[in-house]
Write a protein that binds this ligand. Structure first.
Ligand SMILES: Nc1nc2c(c(=O)[nH]1)N[C@H]1C(S)=C(S)[C@@H](COP(=O)(O)O)O[C@H]1N2
Ligand SMILES: [Mo]
Length: 456
């Protein structure tokens, strides 16, 4: 099994990979140099990470993990590739797209290898605006400190992803996609012998809107964002959006434990909302999840109500918002034309719609209605909001708080571990062992000073 998974990976220094060799190997010299020059335009992949992603702040290296460096990213409708966070568990693989194949197998399918040419040319093309957030975003705000990358607010971005709908691929190859089936999607980035980054996605979601994407915002994916092809699960946390897709398998249950050996870790042990001391017991079927199938919040509520007896899986995103303007510690003056300051931000709710956004100027004690503006990227992209603030000189903490279409509002803060919460209750987000899915609005606010207007 998995034969050929890495067949498309080229070794650093080989002729084919020189164009994207990021290991610092010497470029070819002399006459050979011209001969081996890539035909494609140089998109700078030889440059160091910081130069290719000037909008990111590196939190960890080897592999690089980096979040948006500037809050201004959240004053924009679409996130440029250079400001879109990067979350890698293993080093970014160097892949020659011409050689890359995806193994498709499982229920109803005669095993087949899909090439990038086939994906691009032989199927319909689809684009989807998707706000993707790392489930660890906001982990830095949990106390006591949690192991793992210390994401603050910047591990989220909104990109227009373009590629092939998975439904078309599964249909062409006769896959059995009935009720309760799953699609396992595995990445090709694991070093030899390591666990394989693989996720089981419920088939209903796969057929509805999942895409194997090869472009972000109309450009090829960067190597770090999954070149040449990644899974996009619109509205769900980033951990579901497998990069460098190498394998697809249609299954009658989630891929589990021993049977799946190196594939199961990232599905069952990671990305679970584990209370203090709780074990990550494996489940196999949607029916085990309680509530409405796989909605993350419904799983949390079902566990709190005693309807399920296992830790929720991290699937669709909880409601959240961020202020993008003004920025941290800004010193501001009101606008001369109306004496106001325009506070701008974004709000999203996974595969649900955002119903409303409130803005506070006093750190979350009192709230004011914000209004939506800009292009509507729903159902899976964020909404931009603004609040026109009649500001007096002084010091303020601005905070935003969103509510989704089910009336679920961001909680104020994260509970302590010993409170034993399993879902959002009393304005408190349940502490969990790996610090996932924190959508509390504190302390995500921004401190600003409004200055006296200078005489004109
Ligand atoms: N193969 C593979 N896919 C992966 C990961 C990974 O380490 N390996 N990281 C996941 C996680 S945790 C997140 S949040 C997103 C990040 O995508 P990005 O780096 O494009 O922002 O990719 C997901 N897909
Ligand atoms: Mo993530």
């Amino acid at each position: 099994m998995a034969a050929g998974t890495l067949a498309g990976t080229t070794l650093a220094g080989s002729a084919a990979s020189r164009a994207k060799d990021r290991t610092g190997a010497e470029p070819p010299v002399g006459d050979d140099a011209a001969a081996s020059e890539p035909i494609v335009e140089d998109d700078g992949e030889d440059e160091p990470f910081e130069e290719r992603f000037p909008g990111l702040r590196v939190l960890e290296r080897d592999p690089e993990n980096a979040e948006a460096a500037d809050r201004a990213t959240y004053a924009k409708s679409i996130t440029p590739r250079s400001e879109h966070y990067v979350r890698n568990h293993y080093p970014t693989p160097e892949i020659d797209a011409d050689e890359w194949t995806i193994d498709l197998r499982g229920l109803g399918v005669d095993p087949v290898e899909l090439s990038m040419d086939e994906l691009r040319a032989e199927f319909e093309t689809e684009s989807v605006a998707h706000t993707m957030q790392c489930s660890g975003n906001g982990r830095a705000f949990l106390e006591p400190e949690i192991d793992g990358v210390s994401w603050t607010i910047g591990a989220v971005g909104t990109t227009v992803w373009t590629g092939t709908p998975l439904s078309a691929i599964l249909e062409r190859y006769g896959a059995e996609t009935g009720d309760g089936t799953w699609l396992m999607v595995a990445g090709g980035d694991h070093p030899e012998g390591e666990d394989i980054f693989a996720r089981s996605i419920p088939m209903a979601k796969v057929l509805e809107d999942c895409v194997l994407a090869y472009e972000m915002n109309g450009e090829p994916l960067s190597p770090e964002h999954g070149y040449p092809v990644r899974l996009v699960v619109p509205g769900w946390y980033g951990n579901n959006c497998v990069k460098w897709v190498a394998e697809l398998e249609v299954l009658e249950k989630m891929h589990v434990g021993d049977e799946w050996d190196r594939y199961a870790e990232w599905q069952h042990e990671s990305y679970r909302l584990l209370a203090d001391g709780q074990e990550a017991e494996e489940r196999e079927r949607i029916a085990d999840f309680g509530g409405d199938a796989y909605d993350t919040r419904e799983q949390m509520d079902a566990e709190a109500a005693g309807e399920i007896d296992h830790a929720p899986y991290v699937y669709d995103q909880l409601v959240q918002s961020l202020i993008g303007y003004p920025g941290e510690d800004a010193a501001l003056c009101v606008r001369p034309q109306d004496g106001r300051i325009e506070v701008v931000g974004v709000a999203w709710a996974g595969d649900d719609a955002v119903e409303r956004v409130d803005v506070s100027i006093d750190g979350g004690d009192t709230w004011n209605d914000a209004e939506f503006f800009g292009s509507n990227l729903e159902p899976y992209g964020w909404r931009q909001f603004r609040y026109l603030w009649d500001a007096d000189p002084g010091e303020y903490t601005l905070v935003s708080r969103a509510t989704d279409e089910h009336g679920r509002t961001q909680p104020r803060e994260v509970a302590r571990a010993d409170e034993g919460l399993l879902t959002i209750e009393n304005d408190r987000f349940p502490w969990n062992r790996d610090g996932y899915c924190n959508n509390a609005y504190l302390p995500r606010g921004v401190d600003v000073t409004v200055e006296e207007r200078s005489a004109e």
